[in-house]
Design a protein around this ligand. Structure first.
Ligand code: COA
Length: 170
């Protein structure tokens, strides 16, 4: 989709990130009606709550002044990690695009911009994704590979896998 404008997230984007976390976590499929209900799920809350702390980096994308998608990372420690944790100090990715705006390149645009920002800062980035999620194609296209033996049960009872991308040293 041409005309997508991207910019770094600010602390004022927290509400939008909750909305995108609602999409990223497939919360609607699990009977949740709106992003406020995510606040009862600590394993999800930790991806967004208090956005703007050190290490929080994200990119939002939109058109005509309307935000349509976001990709962002947070660094967790092993005790309070996200679903795609690989190691201390490696940020975990979350990404979501508004339902009516999917399949037009917004996800690719925001994730590419985020990876460009992260490349000089970290050795790599990880994420957790359901095996059947078509988003896997997007991740593979942008350099993510499956972490061996990382399949794990997700909140919906199906199987997710951890993916990781290593940034080149040069
Ligand atoms: C995954 C997601 C962020 C991708 O954003 P997008 O703007 O739809 O992505 P793009 O248009 O750049 O398309 C990239 C890939 O996403 C996949 N995709 C396309 N439409 C999609 C849709 N409606 N739902 C899920 N993935 C889709 C395709 O496999 C596509 O890969 P391809 O171009 O190699 O065929 C977005 O579809 C989304 O929010 N999905 C639901 C939430 C989710 O699954 N988040 C990831 C959790 S790990």
């Amino acid at each position: 989709m041409s005309g997508v404008i991207v910019r770094p997230t600010t602390v004022d984007d927290e509400k939008f990130l909750w909305a995108m976390l609602f999409e990223a976590s497939h919360a609607r499929d699990q009977g949740m009606a709106n992003p406020d209900e995510l606040r009862d799920v600590p394993a999800l809350t930790r991806y967004v709550e208090g956005w703007g702390r050190p290490g929080d980096i994200g990119v939002v994308g939109g058109m005509d002044g309307v935000l349509l998608g976001a990709a962002w990372v947070r660094v967790f420690d092993a005790e309070e990690s996200g679903y795609g944790f690989v190691a201390d100090g490696i940020p975990e990715l979350a990404i979501g695009v508004a339902p009516e705006s999917r399949g037009f390149g917004i996800g690719t645009t925001v994730l590419s911009a985020l990876l460009d920002t992260l490349r000089p800062l970290y050795p790599g980035v990880s994420l957790s994704v359901r095996l059947e999620n078509p988003a896997r194609k997007l991740y593979e296209r942008l350099g993510f590979v499956d972490v061996p033996d990382s399949e794990h049960r997700n909140r919906a009872g199906s199987t997710s896998v951890t993916m990781y991308t290593v940034f080149d040293a040069d």
